[in-house]
Ligand binder design. Structure first.
Ligand code: SF4
Ligand code: SF4
Length: 662
């Protein structure tokens, strides 16, 4: 056997083999470290963020998303291709270790594994992994070279990596096959080496030895070269993807942090180095798979935003050498154009699609904060909204003291009385208080709550905007002011439980107000109504046989995980609910989120029209919605397309027919 080992490495004198291998390893590690260290160094110096809470949940998330590849497999073809390569490489890690051990310690039988019968099952698994990976790589090449889908770019780097993987696979099989051809007496081997060794055996002993040697050095060299390429390419994600999933955000909402206005000199992100370490890790982890682009409503409707490109631009900027950074254009308005940032609706579709759990909304809003708070630059449409929010606590400038008019003129909605507090506060929101259409939704909610005998009241003119549009627009200072004011009101009045029909209010009050001292139990009206219906407190009457399609609100669904409640309310009132392909976590934004409802949409197609087209595929009589801004946007789209006679848009609160149980 030892004679064979010498032959296997005969290109290098036996006594020098470990030395040559060690030299190769050292060179590769130095090259790797030279490129990886600057990235790591930046991460170490970046803004802190705690991502080590809830370890068990993190482990389970990592097993589900990183190891079981559940998100990738949502797109079966490319998902399986990637999964085969990923799982195969996990298996081959042991094999790679074996290659290096026998090279560093030639006195060890290079095929001790074959000699030990209980290792034979591993050889089968290993050959299975090689087969899977080869299939995956061939399919990847087929897609890139022949199918050429839009979202996949054909780069030299990508081809080089796929070529290296093929070399690693082929050399492994040839190494074993040559060994087997030289030792036909050996019992037990992997199926691939058993298949190929008779063919290899035809070469004659001298050539087989050469082939064995070639396979060995090709294998270890390809692995080491692969290592040096990682930090210089998008394939760095091979190292960062699993940690990025483990360290991903586990909380609902947008994961935004409060700014300490006393402590900081500049606010928001104006320099790439202002990002937190996790935001930087996100940038290094992008695989450029293009899934975010495929679901982005801004890109689909011709806005100047493509999430993948945003990440790639930020990453390239982050990776710039310090000397070239000095002459680089500024981050805001240079590397990233303002229009790109203002085009985002913060819908979170990109985050939901991303297989490696990259966050977008926090980065977009941090960059918007940089524009608004530090560089004092924002779209004209925000000017009056910011002023109105500041003075009247609503984005349209309606008088603050007319906020409760809708409720007191005829509806007799009780106003919160601290001396006789009701169980629930109904937080109406700006849309439900001032907008003509929005007020109808508020009236429907009040009617349902009253008929179910719920103990509730509203804040009346003491209610103020939650600040959601200000925060999404990057005006954190204004949001801070509004949030502090509302939090103080809640505290003074002893509010503990809140119902709201606006997912944007829900998101702020539930996920963002705790940082401002308001720890409330906040529930969306869909969740509340579903319980009232289940408890028999609302009898819903005859179900309608209308064709009803459900539209999911991004801030209720993707950002807060509420998908079933609106459907449960509906199914008590409707025979069948239609679903489009773009529903639940794949739902398309109506175009209002991210403070976009305050801006004129003057580029490309209107997002609400795009969404309406998707919904109209089911030829609905009614589009059921659980957000007043979605109602606004979709109703405008219905009117603009002249479809008023065909379809109407209703909030789920308007779809119940509350009657007192007899
Ligand atoms: S949050 Fe929505 S609009 Fe913004 S980049 Fe992601 S998918 Fe596009
Ligand atoms: S951000 Fe995520 S979904 Fe988008 S290209 Fe990168 S890895 Fe793919």
């Amino acid at each position: 056997m030892n004679q064979h080992i010498n032959r296997a490495f005969e290109w290098v004198p036996p006594e020098l083999q470990p030395l040559v291998l060690i030299t190769l390893i050292i060179i590769s590690v130095i090259v790797f470290a030279r490129h990886a260290w600057p990235k790591l160094n930046l991460l170490l110096k970046a803004k802190a963020e705690n991502r080590l809470d809830q370890p068990l949940k993190r482990i389970l998330t990592t097993l589900r998303i990183a190891f079981a590849q559940t998100k990738l497999l949502q797109e079966p073809k490319s998902g399986w291709m990637h999964a085969l390569i990923f799982w195969g490489f996990l298996i081959l890690l042991i094999r790679a270790g074996e290659f290096f051990i026998v090279g560093l310690f030639p006195q060890i039988d290079s095929h001790f594994s074959i000699a030990v019968p209980f290792i034979i099952p591993y050889l089968w698994v290993k050959d299975g992994a090689i087969f899977m990976i080869t299939l995956g790589v061939l399919y990847a090449l087929y897609r890139r070279l022949l199918i050429k889908p839009d979202r996949l770019t054909l780069s030299g780097e990508g081809l080089l990596i796929l070529g290296l993987i093929l070399i690693i696979m082929v050399s492994d099989v040839l190494f074993d096959s040559a060994f087997l051809a030289l030792h036909p007496d050996i019992k037990g081997s992997g199926p691939l080496s058993a298949l190929f060794s008779p063919g290899v055996g035809l070469l004659g002993e001298g050539l087989i030895g050469q082939l064995h040697s070639l396979a060995y050095w090709a294998h270890v060299s390809a692995i080491l070269f692969f290592l040096t390429l990682l930090p210089r390419s998008k394939h760095f994600h091979i190292l960062t993807a699993i940690p990025n999933v483990f360290l991903s955000r586990l909380t609902a909402g947008n994961g935004l942090s409060r700014i300490d206005f006393e402590d900081e000199d500049s606010f928001g992100i104006t320099d790439i180095k202002n990002f937190s370490w996790k935001q930087m890790l996100d940038l290094h982890t992008c695989t450029q798979c293009g899934r975010c682009d495929r679901v982005c409503p801004a890109l689909a409707t011709g806005k100047p935003l493509a999430p993948q490109q945003l990440t790639v631009d930020l990453r390239n900027h982050l990776n710039q050498e310090p000397s070239s950074l000095e002459v680089s254009p500024p981050l805001l308005g240079g590397i990233i154009q303002d229009d790109t940032l203002w085009a985002c609706t913060t819908c979170g579709a990109c985050e939901s699609a991303c297989p490696v759990m990259i966050d977008y909304v926090d980065k977009v809003i941090d960059l918007r904060r940089g524009l608004v708070l530090t560089e004092d630059r924002y779209p004209k449409g925000f000017e009056s909204a910011f002023k109105s929010l500041e003075t009247q606590s609503n984005p349209w400038g309606f008088p603050k003291n007319s906020r409760s008019n809708w409720a007191t003129e005829g509806l007799n909605v009780p106003i919160w009385d601290k001396s006789q507090p009701t169980e629930y506060l109904y937080f109406v929101g700006c849309n439900g208080s001032y907008d003509t259409r929005g007020k109808k939704i508020s009236e429907a909610v009040v009617k349902a709550l009253k008929q179910a005998g719920v103990s509730f009241s509203i804040l009346g003119n003491d209610e103020g905007c939650t600040g959601d549009p200000a925060r999404r627009a990057g005006n954190e200072y204004l949001f801070d002011m509004l949030a502090c004011k509302n939090a103080e009101t809640f505290q003074q009045k002893g509010v503990q439980k809140v119902i709201t029909h606006c997912p944007h209010c829900l998101n702020s009050l539930k996920n963002e107000y705790p940082e401002f001292g308001a720890h409330l139990e906040v529930i969306h009206h869909s969740e509340f109504l579903q319980t009232l219906i289940a408890d028999g407190k609302i009898s819903t009457g005859e179900k309608t046989d209308q064709n009803v399609v459900m539209h999911d609100s991004c801030y209720l669904g993707r950002h807060n995980g509420v998908y079933d409640a609106p459907r449960n309310v509906l199914s008590a009132n409707v025979e069948t609910i239609q679903e489009v392909a773009q529903s639940r976590d794949k739902g398309t934004c109506c175009g209002a989120g991210g403070a976009q409802f305050l801006l004129e949409e003057d580029t490309g197609t209107r997002m609400s029209h795009h969404r309406l087209d998707e919904l109209m595929v089911t030829q609905p009589d009614t589009i059921a919605v659980s957000c007043p801004y979605c109602v606004l946007m979709l109703e405008d789209a219905v009117k603009a397309k002249g479809l008023q006679d065909k379809v109407n848009v209703r909030d789920i609160g308007e779809m119940i027919k509350p009657e007192k149980p007899s």
